[in-house]
Design a protein around this ligand. Structure first.
Ligand SMILES: [Zn+2]
Length: 440
């Protein structure tokens, strides 16, 4: 199938591109330094019949090498993260076992590869729609709510789930998928906030490396623009004065133009998506995606729920971790609730009850409400973080107990509509009177 062939092509391209990029940079550096700045501007060769222009030559040389430093350091940083800290989710026990037994039998490996190809195809279809392709099952049967690994989900206040309140499961990695994780076909692993498979570095750009990727394409586009403009300007000048052209500069026009266009395009699209807090994969169906979220039901609401004669019926379905699903005897038939009549003595502080809420199509629960706030999740909070490839993106920090990724106004609205969070208070009576008087 095309998927396997495409995977091989991607991997082959990813091996070829880094040496090609390196060759292009070495060539451009030589062409700008020797034939342009030294032989034409600083110490013009007799054939050019021109007086020296040391200032112009030195300025271009300095600009070129000053820009080359961030190009190389951001690329090295990107390569390091893509190779050593790619943001993969850990494999499940079953897959680890399978991997361990792999070299023992060639036939087994072949069988597994074929199975994986099928899985990868399924995943490829899923990737275009993060909501509809999620596996409900682990190895063909629904997993239990007290399965190992689920505590990473129910100890947070909000997590992405399926319609039954269970987190999505990857049957290839044999592991629960955390919020915004996607299975990458090329590396056959689930990756946290995967953005895309990048042949430029031969790996997956994800939450750990997106910031360095953006820095790399921004600095490279500036570098390419400099090489392109300098080559075009002096080629035009030389042609006008002598009627000839320098082949080195002509190649630089081609390289600078091609890579400049490419990196400028990547810069604009990456910054646009980061400003919307979307990954490239999430952007594929951003207009129609519906996110299902498990949102913790506050303790005081649970107290009301456990009173059997309570007239309060929750307007949402619920799921309870880590124990068996619960449902009260007095549950109204319309509410489809999964909550059990849990005896008061069984209700321990360890229960984790979640409401299952859904966004409207096209809403992004991770959009923090402004482009500036969203960009800071990727680029950082200070000027130094934006410019230097040192610190990791704030969004790669998952220590918050609220959720794996910062949540925006969409989630606040969902909580208020469900009655899980108080709506903002109405204006005080004095202000309302004033407003009425004002209208009169
Ligand atoms: Zn996976």
């Amino acid at each position: 199938m095309a998927t396997a062939a495409q995977k091989r092509v991607n991997l082959a391209v990813s091996r070829v591109i880094p040496p090609v990029l390196l060759g292009a940079v070495v060539y451009a550096s030589y062409a700008v330094t020797k034939p342009l700045c030294i032989d034409y501007l600083i110490h013009p060769q007799p054939s050019y019949n021109r007086s020296p222009r040391v200032g112009a030559g030195a300025a271009i040389l300095v600009l070129h090498y000053v820009l080359l430093i961030p190009v190389i350091t951001t690329y090295a940083r990107l390569l390091y993260y893509v190779t050593w800290k790619p943001g993969y989710l850990p494999l499940g026990a079953e897959r680890v076992q399978e991997e361990a037994s792999k070299p023992s039998s060639k036939r087994h490996r072949r069988k597994r590869t074929m199975k994986k190809a099928g899985d990868a195809e399924k995943e490829a279809r899923r990737q275009s729609d993060p909501e509809h392709g999620l596996d409900q099952n682990a190895g063909g049967k629904a997993f239990q709510l007290d399965s190992e690994g689920l505590e990473r989900f129910y100890t947070k206040d909000v997590f992405v789930c399926q319609e039954d309140g269970r987190p999505p499961y990857c049957s290839s990695c044999c592991q629960f998928k955390t919020d915004r994780a996607h299975h990458c076909r090329e590396v056959d692993r689930c990756v946290r906030k995967m953005d895309h498979f990048c042949p430029w570095v031969g790996g997956v750009v994800s939450e750990t490396s997106l910031k360095f990727f953006i820095q790399f394409v921004v600095y490279t586009s500036f570098y390419c623009i400099l090489v392109f403009i300098a080559s075009v300007y002096f080629t035009a000048e030389l042609r006008h004065n002598t009627g000839s052209v320098n082949p080195y500069w002509c190649v630089c026009i081609g390289l600078g133009g091609f890579f400049g266009l490419f990196t400028c395009g990547m810069t604009l699209s990456s910054l646009q998506l980061a400003s919307l807090n979307l990954s490239t994969i999430e952007n594929l169906n951003r207009g129609s995606a519906i996110w299902t979220l498990a949102v913790r039901v506050p303790e005081h609401l649970l107290e009301r729920l456990w009173v059997s004669e309570s007239p309060w019926a929750p307007p949402f379905r619920m799921v309870s971790y880590p124990a068996k699903p619960l449902s009260p005897p007095s549950s109204p038939p319309s509410s489809q609730t999964q909550i059990d009549a849990q005896p008061a003595e069984e209700s321990t502080p360890d229960r984790h009850v979640f409401a299952i809420l859904q966004t409207l199509p096209g809403e992004n629960p991770f959009d923090l409400g402004s482009a500036w706030k969203n960009l800071r999740q990727v680029m950082g909070d200070s000027v130094a973080e934006w410019l230097l490839p040192l610190k990791q993106s704030p969004c790669a920090d998952h220590t918050s107990l609220e959720s794996a990724y910062a949540l925006g106004p969409v989630v606040t609205r969902l909580k208020q509509e469900a009655g899980l969070e108080a709506a903002p208070p109405p204006p005080p009576p004095a202000e309302r009177c004033e407003a009425r008087n004002h209208r009169r």
